[in-house]
Write a protein of this length. Structure first.
Lengths: 622, 92
């Protein structure tokens, strides 16, 4: 029942909004959100389309649990062909927007074509209209949210929008909702910008119905209790946020530092979750002001921070003295360790700017790290950048962030992402990317499973497609040795398939610190009609993974794209427990293909696709 | 002998005043194990969810049995992750 059973199709070229019945056969096979929207996308566009052309589609999608009272059920995703990668893109976000979209009665919104002039979509429950956005175009995310709410006299309207980065089609532009929640990766904001779609504003007043209300209350109470009893979801994440990982990953020797030339950062503790919460500044305050949960979440890992007013980045700019979204672990890593900058206030300011202008912190920070190494090796000069761009220089970091956000100076080139930037300056190997997307805050030499995960992730290098850190470092559900490559192929596959289910159900990945598929299964069974047994959910996860793979192959990617930056394969880690280690992708990848039922070149076999009921998109499948 | 001790997250408050970067130096008896060091600081061993010596993770058995050596760094993390309840469907 808790699918709304309808989607909104928006033809931007014609300016029309049409309600359509949801394909329930597909919903049963692909669940919702990530899986179901990928199914629609793969049926409706040519995978070889230019991501920034009108022929690409952009889908905002919720899952069957989104907007219900299940714990962490506030997620939505933006699905498209990625501007940064040319691969399938699915960027997932929390906050309040996703639940509002569902309460307005929509499972998903599909945007087609390109608007002749800037527009935004206004949804008031089932009433949908496209409105002119000329007065919003050129405005930041924060201004856009304020203006739309004021325009409609509704301070509680939920809004997802792009800033200047998306408008200028910075290839890693994000879609930002609720001021600082991001559908961050793969350039979904650039696709939105290419369509001249500035924002989606939603007011939803309905309730999300469930199949068996009494049973649903019972099982969600039980599963919420698990979140409340688990030390991670009840204490560590609420207290320190995701940035509690900074010290442990650094101690484990897996923190890519200065564009992954090192695996440990001497400044890690200064930019950690502990520092945000506990380090008292000269104004007697801490960086962290309070925590902020997403819709229906008891964990509340979100951070709200305030920058020290006397800090160089904001001392003459009172507009940044207020509270806004604080650093997540990946952002603190990208803006900090990857660039060698240990100034927590500077990182917080750059994080504010990325949210305000709509840029993915991971790709942006990693691109700064790559540019700093280009500068260090002499491939980029001070004359070209306009100033010295040295590792560890907080002033240079702040300056280049502002230039990139505003599309001025050397910032214009930074908008390309590290792969294109490093190619342009003659050092493609200095880009820490897979399939064009920068890898995040775990080094594949020190965490062998994460190396394989980056190489095989369908949306390009990513930690949240199969978070083996959970096992390799944190011991959930079972501790495995991060330096050992044996057994990691199976671990990666299991995490990838399970995560596809979590992302398609409307839940937050962090729930899996306390829940496995059995807990998700009982909630879905009380919520919706269909077979949500653990066995079937496992099959759904694997089906989604294979469909995404088919899309990528049809888009022109091959098994040769399942690789890692040369640095991780050839240059051994220099310190810590991983000293002397490189990624053993050469051993893990063939085993992974075999476990997936794919050919030695990474093409899903006919038997595999038939078993899962996935339509072949790639004509030469074995 | 002297070792370095690092305490993180919720254990940070147990560090002596003046500790820098979560680290303090500690005099411990020769042959002390990681568990004995933790107990000496009145930290319940179950709160030492993850223990690393010079970055290498200790198993629960190594935590109880491995002796520390002069100059080594013992890092202790409380349960910042480490499911109290396993997720059986996660593993193949």
């Amino acid at each position: 029942m808790s699918w709304s059973r309808k989607l909104l199709r928006v033809d931007l070229a014609r300016g029309t909004c049409t309600s359509e019945a949801l394909n329930m056969d597909w919903a049963r096979e692909y669940l919702g959100q990530r899986g179901l929207a990928t199914k629609y996308l793969s049926e409706e566009i040519d995978p070889q389309v230019d991501p920034l052309s009108p022929d690409n589609e952009l889908i905002f999608a919720t899952g069957p649990l989104t907007g219900t009272t299940a714990g962490t059920a506030g997620r939505y995703s933006v699905i498209t062909k990625g501007a940064l990668t040319g691969a399938i893109a699915c960027s997932n976000s929390g906050g309040l927007f996703g639940a509002e979209l569902k309460k307005a009665g929509w499972d998903m919104v599909i945007f087609q074509g390109r608007a002749p002039k800037p527009v935004y979509l206004l949804l008031r429950d089932d009433k949908a209209e496209l409105l002119p956005a000329d007065a919003l175009w050129g405005r930041t995310v924060w201004e856009t949210e304020r203006r739309i709410r004021k325009q409609h006299g509704d301070p509680h309207m939920k809004i997802a929008s792009i800033g200047g980065a998306g408008e200028q089609q910075v290839l890693y532009a994000s879609v930002i909702n609720d001021e600082y929640r991001a559908a961050g990766r793969s350039g979904v904001g650039a696709v939105m910008g290419s369509k001249q779609l500035k924002a989606v504003a939603v007011k939803g007043t309905g309730k999300v119905p469930v199949r068996d209300a009494a049973k649903f209350r019972e099982v969600t109470a039980a599963t919420r209790k698990l979140l409340e009893e688990n030390p991670v979801t009840s204490e560590a994440l609420p207290t320190y946020g995701t940035n509690v990982l900074m010290n442990i990953i650094n101690e484990s020797g897996g923190l890519p530092t200065r564009n992954a030339t090192d695996v440990q950062f001497e400044g890690a503790s200064k930019i950690s979750g502990e520092a945000m919460r506990d380090m008292v500044r000269e104004d007697g305050q801490t960086n962290l002001v309070h925590r902020e949960p997403c819709f229906s979440c008891t964990i509340g890992c979100g951070r709200v921070s305030r920058i020290l007013r006397t800090h160089f980045s904001v001392k003459d700019r009172p507009e940044y003295w207020g509270d806004s979204g604080g650093l997540e672990y990946e952002s603190a890593w990208a803006l900090g360790a990857a660039t060698g900058v240990e100034d927590l206030e500077a990182l917080t300011f750059c994080n504010f700017l990325c949210n305000e202008h709509g840029m993915d912190t991971i790709t942006f920070g990693s691109t700064v790290g790559a540019a700093m190494e280009l500068f260090q090796v002499g491939a980029l000069s001070e004359a070209q950048v306009g100033y010295p761009l040295r590792f560890g220089d907080a002033h240079a970091l702040v300056r280049i962030t502002e230039e990139t956000a505003k599309g001025i100076g050397f910032g214009k080139e930074m908008g390309l992402g590290s792969r294109r930037l490093c190619e342009r300056y003659g050092h493609p190997d200095l880009s820490m990317t897979v399939k064009g997307q920068e890898f995040p805050a775990y080094d594949g030499r020190a965490l062998q499973g994460m190396g394989l995960e980056y190489a095989t992730s369908n949306r390009g290098a990513c930690h949240v497609r199969g978070y083996t850190v959970s096992s390799e470092i944190l011991g959930v559900p079972e501790k495995t040795d991060p330096l050992v490559h044996e057994g990691k192929a199976g671990l990666v596959k299991a995490f990838q398939d399970m995560t596809a289910v979590v992302d398609s159900a409307g839940l937050c990945l962090f729930s899996t610190f306390a829940w496995g598929l059995p807990e998700i299964s009982i909630q879905l069974e009380a919520d919706s009609e269909g077979d949500f047994s653990v066995d079937n959910l496992s099959r759904i996860g694997e089906r989604i993974w294979n469909l995404e793979r088919e899309f990528n192959l049809a888009a022109g990617l091959t098994g040769k794209d399942d690789t890692l930056p040369k640095r991780l394969l050839k240059e051994a880690a220099r310190t810590g427990p991983a000293k002397g280690h490189v990624s053993r992708l050469d051993v893990m990848l063939p085993e992974y293909y075999e476990l997936r039922g794919w050919s030695p070149t990474g093409v899903p076999g006919t038997e595999t696709l038939e078993r899962l009921g996935v339509k072949t998109l790639y004509p030469t499948a074995a | 002998m002297r070792i370095k001790l690092k305490l993180f997250a919720m254990l940070t408050e147990r560090l002596p005043p003046g500790s820098v970067d979560h680290t303090t130096e500690l005099e411990v008896p020769e042959g002390a194990t990681a568990r004995q060091v933790v107990e000496r600081l009145h930290i319940p061993p179950e709160l030492a969810s993850l223990a690393l010596v010079d970055g290498v993770h200790l198993t629960r058995r190594q935590f109880a049995e491995r002796t520390l050596h002069e100059g080594e760094t013992l890092a202790i993390f409380p349960p910042i992750a480490g499911g109290s309840r396993p997720a059986p469907a996660l593993l193949p």
